[in-house]
Design a binder for this molecule. Structure first.
Ligand code: BEZ
Length: 227
């Protein structure tokens, strides 16, 4: 599937070699949410900072019931050596252990299958490297979100946690989250919900912002544990 996977499609159930041995994707994620994030190459500076941050934030992913899985083009042996650098970068013991496995993809088989190759970044042999993809997969194994950054731009893993909070909330409630939303802040009532239904669905209240169009589509409701 060189073009990649679309939102709502089932994520491929591939086998892969990782730093904790072979895995089968669907059973690795089990009933949890899953995140697969890819890296261009081992022993590269931006990737090291990203994986260090991902390791530090692992308890936050666990709190949200999200299983983490990384991918980089090199071998398991290279990954294990690189893990020592990542832990040292974090100021931790330089062990081979991270809180999540890293998939080895030396021949780019998965990068090609998942539409991850970055044509602008190539290794010494001229082979394209993997872009910085993030795939968030729901417990139903469908793809809920994908982002794609070039190798030269590191991601913000706190933003990824914020996005997961939104995905999990909006999978349960008939709301959407507005610009720069953070948990605890007001959500938007979905535009297709009639007014009467909205007041029943959201007992904490629905507040409509008056706008020149008088279309009453900008409706807020507080984000409480029960709304
Ligand atoms: C990096 O992780 O620093 C990196 C990797 C490949 C190309 C550019 C930057």
């Amino acid at each position: 599937m060189p073009g990649g996977i679309l939102l709502g499609e089932e994520f491929p159930d591939f086998k892969a070699d990782t730093t904790v041995g072979p895995i089968q994707l669907h059973s690795f994620f089990g009933d949890s949410w899953g995140i697969l994030f890819s890296h261009p190459k081992d022993y590269t500076p931006v990737c090291t900072t990203e994986l260090g941050q991902a390791a530090k934030l692992a308890p936050e992913f666990e709190k949200r019931n999200v299983k983490m899985l990384a991918l980089s083009v090199d071998s398991v042996e290279d990954h294990l050596g690189w893990c020592k650098d990542i832990n040292a970068y974090n100021g931790d013991e330089p062990t081979e252990k991270l809180p999540f496995p890293i998939i080895a993809d030396p021949n780019r088989d998965l990068a090609i299958k998942l539409g991850m190759l970055d044509p602008d970044e190539r290794d010494k042999e001229g082979m394209p490297l993997t872009a910085r993809c993030v795939f968030i997969i729901g417990p139903d194994k469908k793809m809920k979100l994908s982002i794609l950054y070039p190798a030269t731009t590191g991601r913000n893993f706190r933003e990824i946690l914020r996005v997961i909070d939104s995905l999990q909330l909006t999978s349960q409630k008939k709301v959407a989250t507005p610009v720069n939303w953070q948990p605890g802040e007001n959500c938007m009532v979905l535009p297709n919900i009639p007014e009467e239904e909205a007041s029943k669905l959201f007992p904490a209240g629905v507040y409509t912002k008056a706008l020149p169009s008088q279309k009453n589509y900008l409706r807020y409701t507080p984000h409480t544990p029960h709304s």
